[in-house]
Design a protein around this ligand. Structure first.
Ligand SMILES: *Cc1c(COP(=O)(O)O)cnc(C)c1O
Length: 374
């Protein structure tokens, strides 16, 4: 479904119809968990209360989707979407560079339910080779954490379609501003709304968008799993989405400026950012990241990464990402702490690597902070 307005307009207006009772221009918060049932049976865990639906209207408009669901966390969105598509005996192909929580969930949950899986390099031909007759879902994530690897979305969607397999993508790192995977043939898009969609490091939520048909199937399972989001947080998510284009545009611009600065800096070894021409899949990123290359980047420092991070004054040390404030962390101590040193080495994650989530501050101030700390 194509939108008639640009994302700047859509982000402000979609789903935000105002207060019909008093003429207020913002949506009221409707805390009711009990509704009259004559026309529609509304209930928070049925994912159809007014504040939930306002968020869904915004995200579906931004992602060119027919329908969607708002959840209480990104993991609720991911696991509900995935589990709704498979049954015992089925097989799932995951790309091996996955968000730590998803990786851990695959390892600890799926086999217990009799669902098999493979983890493969995120290239369409390698994914194709790992397909079995039991394969029901291909699951990808691009750009990936923490090395900002790029998966060819259209290439993977083509392989899946040829085999009648459902595709799921975690679109968290790109945000709905920069990348709309449904346009490239993906079936289901998930987001950790805790990141760019919330955008202020103060809420936890998740979202999925898809066709009407697949959304209805996922909603059926979601009612059983029960990861619904309350009206107050939904209101904050709706409010956050009104500024997502402004925030992400500024984060895109800042990240590009900082990535170029880091590339020229002698105290830095490697810089990983899909917007750089030196990124091995820059051309693919350019094709599918239609809004920009995102606010996430990582780099290897030559000195001690812990000392470097300690010296930063403006950029804060934190695990999460996507907020208006810039944050930094060491994947070795956070997202990839459960891996052994050897496994990290194999994954290309050096002990010198730091991951930066670029905020909306003035890039000049961020660069000055990085410079003094290096
Ligand atoms: C944070 C994150 C998740 C999980 O989201 P929660 O809101 O923490 O449940 C999933 N995928 C990616 C890429 C993330 O960054």
């Amino acid at each position: 479904m194509k939108n008639k307005h640009s994302k700047l307009t859509t982000s402000v207006h979609a789903g935000s119809k105002g207060d019909p009772l008093h003429g207020g221009i913002v949506n009221p918060i409707y805390p009711s968990s009990a509704y009259d049932y004559d026309e529609v049976v509304r209930y928070p865990r049925y994912y159809n209360t007014p504040n939930q639906l306002a968020v869904v209207e915004k995200i579906t408009a931004l992602e060119n989707a027919e329908d969607g669901i708002v959840f209480s966390s990104g993991m609720a969105a991911i696991m509900t979407s995935l589990l709704a598509m498979v049954k015992s005996g089925d097989h799932v192909v995951f790309q091996s560079d996955l968000y730590g929580g998803t990786h851990h969930a695959a390892l600890n949950e799926l086999n217990r339910y009799g669902i098999e899986y493979s983890m493969v390099d995120a290239q369409p031909d390698k994914i194709k080779k790992s397909i079995r007759k039991e394969t029901k879902v291909i699951y990808i994530e691009t750009p990936s954490n923490p090395l900002l690897k790029i998966t060819d979305i259209q290439g993977v969607a083509k392989v899946a379609k040829a085999h009648g397999i459902i595709t799921i993508i975690d679109n968290t790192f790109a945000s709905p501003v920069n990348q709309n995977p449904l346009d490239f043939g993906i079936d289901i898009v998930t987001h950790s709304g805790t990141k760019y969609i919330g955008g202020h490091s103060d809420l936890c939520c998740g979202l999925m968008v898809s066709s009407k048909k697949l959304t209805a199937q996922i909603k059926g399972s979601a009612m059983h799993f029960g990861g619904s989001l309350d009206a107050q947080t939904c209101y904050l998510v709706e409010r956050s989405l009104k500024t997502i284009v402004l925030r992400v545009n500024q984060q895109n611009a800042n990240a590009m400026t900082i990535a170029k600065f880091l590339e020229s800096e002698s105290k830095v070894n490697k810089v990983f950012y899909p917007g750089l021409k030196t990124h091995p899949l820059h051309a693919v990123a350019k094709k599918q990241m239609t809004g920009g290359f995102g606010g996430m980047l990582s780099f290897e420092v030559k000195g001690d990464p812990d000392k470097f991070m300690k010296k930063l004054k403006l950029i804060r040390k934190a695990v999460s990402l996507g907020g208006v404030e810039s944050t930094i962390n060491s994947p070795r101590k956070t997202s990839h702490a459960k891996l052994t040193a050897e496994e990290r080495k194999q994954a290309g994650i050096s002990d010198k690597l730091v991951r930066l989530s670029v905020g909306i501050e003035d890039a000049k101030d961020l660069i000055a902070d990085i410079k003094q700390a290096l």
